[in-house]
Design a protein around this ligand. Structure first.
Ligand SMILES: [Zn+2]
Length: 517
């Protein structure tokens, strides 16, 4: 038994040393890249904090971590962490896509120029366009999977059990644009470190807690505050977070003098024993802030993951208004079930909270919001969120990759070394067999992504089934179709690779074993 193992080990090490000799230059380039990644990760600078979102100072007694199973597949999750950890994920995603199109197009044209067959300008340009198309569609497909499969990102870990980690703004399939069930919502929140979740459906108040399944698994889920999100005037949205979700809300009086925010705040405060928070988004004008504060709200969101690009004049206005009037600031996800990588938490100081029941914890958090003490309510964010500088926006792929490298833990760096070495050896072995490694690995990536999308699509359809949630069924069907198309494309590519290889063997057996397809 032992001798057999030793023999296998001997064969493997022989192969590996032969590959290293044959592809020495490529191995050196990869090793240098990994060494740079390792050095960057060792720098004491931690760009993801966690920070107090009011002034971006580091908050003590808490840290951000990645999920352990994500660490195992670190290089696969890296593109998402690079984009999702940027100041505005939409800007970083757009910038990356443009660079990818340009880079793949240039490489394709270069490959067309170098190809042995008779070259024409049109042929070279077409090859560039084809490469750009393949690269961009693969990128979009993988991003689609990341969004539909909800790959989790940053998790906040607090040392003190009396700190309540809350997300006061999120949605389920009860909202017309929500993708996930309440159970999925709460499980996802638990995995990101939350102990309290505000389920703030659009325009309607539900008693979520009464729908919770009984049993011991309940203890592992965050406590729930039932709430709602409504329009308050032409540009503003407000959240009502209720201790008593059984109240009947009435429409604002038709009287033109009646301010809708005051009307809503009074009902939530008096009938629902709750708290009111303004959703801060760029539709607001700076003059609106004082008017909303006059409406009797308890605080404002200072960051919202769904709307990360808050204008700096608006941000300053919110900060100064809350400071002068003694209102709290919170950091919300506004999670609708898209993606899993949010990075905002509201930490509430609540001595004795760890000994409380779920309902008591929710009620204490509402009391703290109504108490409006900025020392007790801390908006926390991993990394900077807001408008990026012009240079950071244009060179997003480089800037965000540098940022990403600096936040890596030793385990995540080790994951990179392992996967790069594994893919390098696989690449070399594929070349030896005469197959084109690039084409084989791309087909595997697209096929794997397709399978993932099919599974995610079925899961999304399941979230909406049984309720009136046609939105998640609709998105689930879209995901399923994209997955099926990707799987089909990879199967066709696989067949083409096999056929071409058979043909080459027929024409020239020696060629097939030495030249990649
Ligand atoms: Zn919302």
């Amino acid at each position: 038994m032992e001798s057999k193992g030793k023999r296998t080990l001997g064969i493997v090490s022989e192969h590996v040393s032969a590959i290293l000799k044959e592809y020495r230059n490529q191995a050196v380039v990869l090793a240098v890249g990994l060494a740079i990644l390792t050095i960057l990760s060792c720098l004491p600078y931690t760009p993801q904090g966690p920070f107090d979102a009011r002034d971006y100072t580091r908050v003590a007694g808490m840290r951000v971590e990645q999920h352990q199973w994500v660490e195992l597949i670190e290089p696969l999750a890296a593109p998402f962490q690079i984009v999702a950890g940027a100041p505005d994920f939409r800007v970083a995603g757009g910038s990356t896509l443009i660079w990818l199109l340009l880079g793949a197009g240039a490489l394709g044209m270069f490959a067309g120029f170098r190809s042995q067959s008779k070259r024409t300008i049109l042929g070279i340009v077409l090859k560039g366009i084809w490469w750009a198309f393949v690269a961009a569609s693969t990128f979009m497909l993988v991003i689609f999977l990341f969004v539909a499969a909800r790959i989790p990102g940053w998790r906040l870990v607090v040392d003190n059990p009396d700190l309540i980690v809350a997300d006061l703004h999120s949605h389920t399939v009860k909202s017309y644009d929500g993708l996930v069930s309440m159970q999925t919502n709460l499980k996802w929140h638990a995995s990101c470190g939350y102990s309290l979740v505000g389920l703030t459906e659009h325009n309607q108040l539900f008693s979520h807690e009464t729908e919770m399944p009984a049993g011991s698994s309940l203890d592992l889920l965050p406590a729930v505050i039932s709430g709602l999100e409504v329009h308050s005037g032409p540009r503003a949205m407000v959240l009502g977070l209720c201790r008593d979700p059984g109240i009947q809300l009435t429409e604002p009086a038709t009287d033109k003098e009646q301010d809708p925010t005051s009307w809503f705040s009074r009902q939530i405060h008096e009938d629902g024993a709750g708290a009111v928070i303004v959703v801060t988004q760029n539709d607001l004008k700076t003059d609106d802030i004082a008017q909303l504060a006059d409406g009797g709200v308890d605080g404002f969101e200072i960051v919202n993951c769904g709307h990360p690009n808050l204008r700096s004049d608006l941000r300053q206005e919110v900060l100064s208004t809350c400071r002068s009037r003694g209102l709290v600031l919170v950091a919300s996800t506004d999670w609708h079930g898209w993606g899993g990588m949010t990075r905002t938490w509201t930490v509430i100081r609540a001595p004795g909270a760890s000994a409380l029941s779920r309902t008591q914890r929710a009620n204490l958090a509402i009391r703290k919001l109504r108490g409006r003490n900025p020392v007790d309510v801390i908006p926390v964010v991993a990394g900077y969120m807001g408008e990026p500088s012009m240079m950071r926006a244009i060179f997003s792929p480089v800037a965000e990759t540098l940022r990403y490298a600096q936040e890596l833990s030793p385990l995540r760096v080790m994951s990179w070394w392992f996967w790069v070495a594994a893919v390098f050896v696989l690449w070399a072995l594929l070349r030896r067999t005469g197959a084109h490694p690039g084409r084989v690995l791309l087909a595997l990536l697209i096929g794997g992504t397709g399978l993932g999308l099919i599974v995610s699509g079925v899961s999304l359809i399941g979230q909406g089934a049984g309720g009136a949630a046609s939105y998640s069924v609709h998105i689930g069907l879209m995901t399923l179709s994209a997955g099926a198309a990707a799987l089909l494309a990879s199967l066709i590519e696989g067949l083409l690779i096999v056929r071409k290889r058979r043909y080459q063997k027929l024409v020239s057996p020696s060629l097939a074993s030495s030249v990649p397809l």
